[in-house]
Design a binder for this molecule. Sequence first.
Ligand SMILES: Nc1ncnc2c1ncn2[C@@H]1O[C@H](COP(=O)(O)OP(=O)(O)OP(=O)(O)O)[C@@H](O)[C@H]1O
Ligand SMILES: [Mg+2]
Length: 361
Amino acid sequence: MPVDGAAVLNALPDPVLVVGDGDEILYVNSAAEQLFRASFAYLKMKVLTDIIPHDSPVLLLLGRVRRSGSTMSQHAVRLDTPRIGEHLVRVDAAPMSENQERVVLTLQKQSIAGRIDRSLTHRDSTRSVSAMAALLAHEIKNPLSGVRGAAQLLEQSLDPEDAQLTRLIVEETDRIVGLIDRMEAFTGEIPFDALGPVNIHEVLERVLTLARTGFASHLRVVERYDPSLPPVYGNGDRLIQAFLNLVKNAAEAAPRDGGEIVVTTAFQHGVRLAAPGVDAPMQLPLVVTVQDNGPGIPDDLRRHIFDPFVTTKRGGTGLGLPLVAKLIGDLGGVIDLESRPRRTIFRILLPMAREGGSHRD
Ligand SMILES: Nc1ncnc2c1ncn2[C@@H]1O[C@H](COP(=O)(O)OP(=O)(O)OP(=O)(O)O)[C@@H](O)[C@H]1O
Ligand SMILES: [Mg+2]
């Protein structure tokens, strides 16, 4: 007996939808009917924005898939509407082979990502998530080094064509280890004694040297510093890590021809912010900006770029900005951002080191 494709789709636990060129819903499987609490007969009279939020990153994803004709995914997409409640999903979007304006969407429930995400805003739960992440990192890295070693051994006895495959294993395991290393940076708060006065210009010097000799060597990098700036209250390594991520993003956004990154420092009086868990408002007078002349960040993406796993880059982890937010947040600092085409500015406000080591007033 031939297998019925529709029956297969209905047996899948993950929701599957097909949308047409005007985002009209052409098909849903049973799991999607359950998720959206509506029948296929009802849904096929609707467009996607009737069932998901109008500013959902899924709509951006659809546009990109139609333009590129290739399959793309987005992690940590929130689907919350009064009708279906709150869900965190990973969305895979694939163009149909016969008509690339039609896109197949597959949704997978996510949980670990959601927990990491919430830990960034709810500090209380950070500790348990950190412990879990550290454990996971340890448990994954050990067997991976075994996998990598075995692939390298195998490679020696293979002909060159098959050796491509073992090289792929090695490269992909390296990529996973890299990803886990970045996740590990989320674990744990900075020990109190690792905080102190830091010369922010030395931090930026290190970052820009790395940039100029490596990933930004094709760009113009401009420094506009206020040389009289007092020291920041923080940790040099963490600050290098944070600014390296921002400058790297700027370099990746800037155009190949005429690309420019501008880094500035300044002192700004009177910026006081009430930070969670601190009685007196903190003063954050040190301002560092990282600007690029790339295409800018569209409004609907901007709301999500500090969420983990949100990326528009091939091979990107989407952990860069969440890490920056965590590192700066741990110091009591604040990030904001302003973006339009040819002018994207990340602005970091940092506390000043006081004599006697306290940064609070
Ligand atoms: N300066 C910028 N200009 C335009 N878009 C940006 C800029 N900085 C960040 N973005 C957008 O925000 C997304 C998330 O950035 P993030 O640094 O968190 O991850 P990523 O750069 O994609 O991956 P990774 O940092 O692992 O290489 C990017 O994919 C990009 O779409
Ligand atoms: Mg990045």
